[in-house]
Write a protein that binds this ligand. Sequence first.
Ligand SMILES: [Fe+2]
Length: 570
Amino acid sequence: MSRVYLGIACSNHDSAVAVVDSEGRVVYAQATERSVQLKRALFMVPISKGIVHRALGPVLAPEDELVVAYSWALGGQIGRALDGWCLERDPRKLEPAAAAGAFLGMKLARDISYLELCQLLPAGRPAPEPLFLDHHLTHAYAACYASPYDEAVCAVIDGGGDEGSLAFYRFEGASLVRIDSARVGDPKPGSLGRFYAALCGAVGFDAALGEEWKVMGLAAYGRFDPELYSLLKPLASVSDLELESHASWEDEDAIWQQAKARYSKGSERGPLAFADLAHTGQVLFEDASAALLSNLRARGLSEHLVLTGGCALNSSWNGRLLARTGFRSLFVPSAPADDGNAVGAAWMAFQRDHPEFRPPGRALTAYLGDRLDGETLNRSREVSGLRLGNPEGVPVTRRAAELLAQGKIVGWVQGRAEFGPRALGNRSILADPRVANIKDVLNARVKFREEFRPFAPAILHEYGPEYFEDYQDSPYMERTLVLREGVQERIPGAIHVDGSGRLQSVTAERNPRFHELLAEFHRLTGVPLVINTSFNVMGKPILHSVEDALAVYVTSGIDALVIEDVVFEK
Ligand SMILES: [Fe+2]
């Protein structure tokens, strides 16, 4: 008998499940939003019977023991307090009550999934007693164990955890030891996650739907406003490893209202009227992050930084981080936000049982989600009536590259789904970066998103230094770098207004098929990169299944769709 570990990220947004097998390998990880196709899956429980079967089925033998671990400690305390109340009712009927608050949502997540799991386990087997683990520790375990380092310092920066919004750890071997701030006293804690969410709301977007991305895109159009900076500064003041807010809750609201009012005059211009606010807010976010991380670096504990928590999704800052903090290298996992904690909870639970375990010391793959259903794909090829495109004997990578080189928009769906918010060449829409107006074409035909948002390049890693200044490996599209002068005219479709690109570095080791496609495109065109944008339409998560892909293909202006080895062409 061995033990298998099910990690559950049970925040009220971005819930997810992950499985670590009896050898300590992450064999599955997936956010709820993908399978239900609802962005961020707000207040949705992460467990369904289908997910449990797909996640655990391949690794859980009848004689194995199952350990269930959750990504919040506080959720456990509150959950236990509510046990009597909940157990008298059918938890599934309580779901609307989850909207009352995150912690109740966690409690429900626990109960419902618990119930489902029990149904899955063979009769007579004792139900697993769940572990409730510290939120920031689960972030840190997920990120450090997934990193290529055997030692580093880890910074967790998010909206808030079981305690505060920041946590710093020294990672060595397999252990994580908390690094405390030297700051004494009891300041009102600040939160960079909360700050950025408020900024997102102030410029007119919805942080609940994860629209912080749009703030970064918009910031590139804005200019620095020193008066606004002074107004916002009290919200994010750094002292050693603490972030403080020097404003009361009421004053914080008033500050954001004032900030918004500065730009509301031009609001008929849409989001662009708020570009200076986005830009200046981004500058303050970066200044506060730089101060915290420089103070962390000054402790002299490591020159490697593992950055995680929702704020590690700020790719603009990630690209500039090394130059401003003195760290020599940076690792950001593929899912640094709360979905990633499913992996952290499972790994942490595994480590408790196996103190001798050492993490693999190489970056964890992002391709950990569901596989495509081969039977559905075969049936679609045979009976859908859609036109097929593969000429005999031509590999799909070459055919896709040919289509791209002709300026066609190609849906590219392969293998296991990515874990994390970015499409990394398994659920992607691809296009030719040489076409100057490709952004307009993509928006008009399939993406329908705001005009100011850029499309990002996926590049053959070996050509990175030729195209980007101070090139850094960016396997999960986690950093934005500046393109070199002279290459910009070669790839006008993949450059943001400020000359930057949020890149994915592609290697054969990480994704052989996507690498081969890029290599074919390079052979045909002399350009080693393509535009890679997530395969979705505005407001929806990245699509997931064969059916999802076919539905978007037939209802949009995508020219061709490649699923595994099958090419559909219009
Ligand atoms: Fe978090």
